[in-house]
Design a binder for this molecule. Sequence first.
Ligand code: PLP
Length: 362
Amino acid sequence: MTHAVAPRAGILDIDPYQGGESRVPGVRDAVKLSSNENPFGPPPAAQEALARSAALLHRYPDGSHAGLRRAIGEVHGLDPERIVCGAGSDELIAFLCTAYGGEGAEVIHTEHGFSMYRLSALAAGATPVCVAERDRRVDVDAILGAVSPRTRLVFIANPGNPTGTMIGTDEVARLADGLPDHALLVLDGAYAEYAEGHDGGAGLVAAREGVVMTRTFSKIYGLGGLRVGWAFAPAHVIDVLNRVRGPFNLGTPQLAAAEAAMRDRAFVDHARSENARLRAWLALALSQAGVPSDASEANFVLARLKSPEEAAACDAHLRAEGLIVRRVGGYGLPHCLRITVGDEAACRRVADALARFRERAE
Ligand SMILES: *Cc1c(COP(=O)(O)O)cnc(C)c1O
């Protein structure tokens, strides 16, 4: 039987996002290092707030997200009126594409950029435009060269995923200032907290009408399962996003847990300093095993093997040792493996397994 109804153009071009795997058949103590999750788990304060919120589940949530926006504003020194919250930053990326994309609009993303930019653009009926990077780094001139009269959105992640590399605030400002005023620059700061002294682009947003920053509770806050993200944007964009979002897009447990996590600065500081320490240790161990990686500003390293075949063999070897990392061929990096910085034991296991892989190959 067939049916004549068909989705809008672009929808069937979407290959659904594949999350990181979490199991290896036959291995009991497998460690998941494939989704850049926080090895310290969810903050205890967030777990307690979540449990307390259960008694309120018969009530609709606060559709204005006032408490959470106030907490974010206090911690980051930002005006809560210019913050909007979503079910993960994925939802905010989708809202931006829904609001500013659409038929005829072009949405720029970069060669190794996060796949949700392309998927959300297609879902909104817009045309994704892929721009080359330079040595696994966002190339501002290449982006400016790809702008057309139809460009409405430009997405970059800084630090990038899966590269872990960053461009400096001067470069981001040059990009923002070079874009025409019919385009918005979206700075995805999913890993901003891991980059020492980086504000995620908040300062650029505050000083301009055409720049938006997205952030998430899924990485350093250890709450990927909860689905909470937020955006800081000019007032005109906040107004638009509040029209596009559902009135109750976040539930009471999400709001309560995220607010508690935002206020638990000790948890975040500990996660940041442990990540910095273990990231440096892991990168050094990789290089000693003959596996180079770019300096990462995030909570993962991108290991570069010699070929796609060697990356596949290395992935199989790690997997057999119970270490689940991420193949990134879909990001144009078939010779690389993205490895989340886990806890100390996990980092040691990765280093030992890679050393054994190299010995075996020689
Ligand atoms: C993990 C990640 C996000 C976070 O997505 P959520 O929907 O907030 O979980 C956003 N952007 C990038 C580049 C990421 O890697």
